[in-house]
Design a protein around this ligand. Structure first.
Ligand code: HEM
Length: 451
């Protein structure tokens, strides 16, 4: 079902992502980031621990697992997964440390090095993911073409970020990106890279989880065309900016195209939802609805955020990163971790012993509680940014930190099979994060579809 082959490093990408999430939230809860302070060094560090360490690592780790599912063929160059993970983690830390130079720390060299490491990480990831998608001619399918388009945005995101980072070292074209290029940078990161990749993966996963017919249709094609238009307008805005002109009309057009693509995507997900045969959606899908609600909210806030800036922009970015992308990731992590654990532990026992169902590995109520707290934290954080109330934002960050800790505890319980009875638990468990040392186990090798 979820995968014919398990990537050896998926859980390591997830663990690293979670560690970065906790670090970013701890910084926010300690008051190092908040309304009106996003261009300060500490806040920029926290934003990038969150955006790159948490969201990008989770997305890359998930794509390394799911692109073989989307394309029905093994990943190209799977051995690059570990170096890509190490470089991505090191690059994120280096960039975050480099931002502290804005607070007077002697870390300017890290700001120059971070983009280099991140560029290498993204390059390796693109070789694996792009290589697999191109070999499978994935542009012919709705989900494959959406993920391919998202991958096209990744080098552009990198270039805008690297340019702004190197501007501190005197690179002229990078300096031209500041300050007007910031909105293009954020549209690329939160919108065209992360959101499009999330859409592409959900086209395949949502019908699977909801037991709904999986077929590409006019809504997916229209959403893709709107996303291509957004990317073209963004490239135009970037060109105008580098040539010294005013990019706002094209940037606003790009924002509107993003909003249109989002509307069409939401209509497609509604169609899938209505055609489901699963009588009661599981926790991951129930809470994905909250994520989709945040996506609609972020789409509505995009135009005012781009045109009016200030609290509107802060709220829009927060709803997109913490509301839409993070709620979706946290909700689906429960299912994916249960499934990967089930494949590792129980798939080899099929036909030889009684095996539990995938959902038996999860405590749905515990997962639901941490997700509810997360959603409440996002709502409070959005209100704090919209009204510019720092104390409320600190409290929201504390709630998000607590929710992430509780969620992490549930994920550990799933990996340790704590929700199964003693008798249902096998004697030996696989390593918590690292792949088993036996390379013949169910990693990076084709398996028949099951469960
Ligand atoms: C999904 C990925 C990313 C997201 C969502 C993101 C988000 C942001 C946000 C929200 C800001 C602006 C904060 C403000 O001043 O209002 C920002 C600034 C910045 N970002 Fe990123 N970013 C991402 C990736 C990157 C990457 C890959 C790099 C470097 C290669 C980078 C480098 C920078 C730099 C240097 C600035 C500071 C500009 C300045 O104010 O001087 N970012 N980013």
């Amino acid at each position: 079902m979820l995968g014919k082959a398990l990537s050896r490093w998926t859980l390591a990408w997830f663990a690293s992502g979670l560690a970065f999430l906790l670090a970013a939230l701890a910084m926010a809860a300690f008051g190092l980031a908040g309304p009106g302070r996003w261009s300060e060094g500490w806040a920029l560090a926290a934003v990038h621990l969150f955006a790159l360490g948490w969201l990008c690592q989770m997305m890359l780790g998930s794509l390394i697992q799911f692109v073989p599912v989307l394309t029905a063929r093994p990943l190209v160059l799977p051995r690059l997964a570990l170096p890509a993970l190490v470089l991505c983690g090191a690059g994120t830390l280096s960039l975050a440390g480099g931002f502290l130079a804005l607070e007077g720390w002697p870390t300017g060299a890290l700001l120059a090095m971070g983009p280099v490491l991140l560029g290498l990480a993204f390059g390796l990831a693109m070789l694996m993911l792009g290589g697999t998608l191109i070999a499978a001619r994935a542009w012919r399918t709705g989900d494959g073409s959406t993920v391919l388009l998202a991958l096209l945005a990744l080098p552009l995101l990198w270039a805008t970020g690297a340019g702004m980072g190197w501007a501190f070292g005197g690179i002229a074209w990078g300096a031209a990106l500041l300050p007007d290029g910031l909105s293009l940078h954020v549209l690329l990161g939160a919108g065209l890279w992360l959101t499009l990749a999330g859409m592409g993966v959900s086209y395949r996963l949502f019908p699977m989880f909801l037991i709904a017919p999986d077929r590409s249709g006019p809504l997916r094609r229209a959403a893709l065309i709107a996303a291509v238009l957004a990317l073209v307008l963004l490239l135009g805005a970037l060109g105008v900016l580098l040539a010294g002109g005013d990019p706002l009309p094209l940037t606003a057009g790009c924002g509107l195209a993003c909003t249109l693509a989002t509307g069409l995507y939401l209509a497609e997900i509604r169609r899938i939802w209505q055609s489901r045969r699963a009588p009661v959606p599981e926790t991951n899908m129930q809470w994905s609805r909250a994520a989709l609600g945040f996506l609609a909210m972020a789409a509505l806030l995009t135009a005012p955020g781009l045109i009016l800036g200030g609290p509107w922009a802060e709220a829009a970015i927060f709803v997109a990163l913490a509301g839409w992308l993070s709620t979706l990731t946290l909700a689906q992590m429960v299912k994916i971790t249960s499934f990967l654990t089930w494949i590792q532990v129980f798939a080899p026992l099929i036909g030889r012993a009684k095996v539990p169902m995938v959902h038996d590995l999860t405590d749905a109520r515990a997962a639901g509680r941490s997700l509810a707290l997360w959603v409440a934290g996002v709502l409070a954080g959005t209100l704090a940014l919209a009204l510019q109330v720092p104390a409320l934002f600190d409290m929201a960050a504390l709630a998000l930190l607590l929710a992430a800790l509780l969620h992490g505890r549930e994920l550990i319980a799933i990996r340790r099979l704590r929700h199964l009875s003693e008798t249902a638990r096998p004697a030996g468990l696989p390593p918590m994060i690292l792949p088993p040392t036996d390379r013949r186990s169910h990693h990076d090798i084709p398996r028949p579809a099951s469960a």
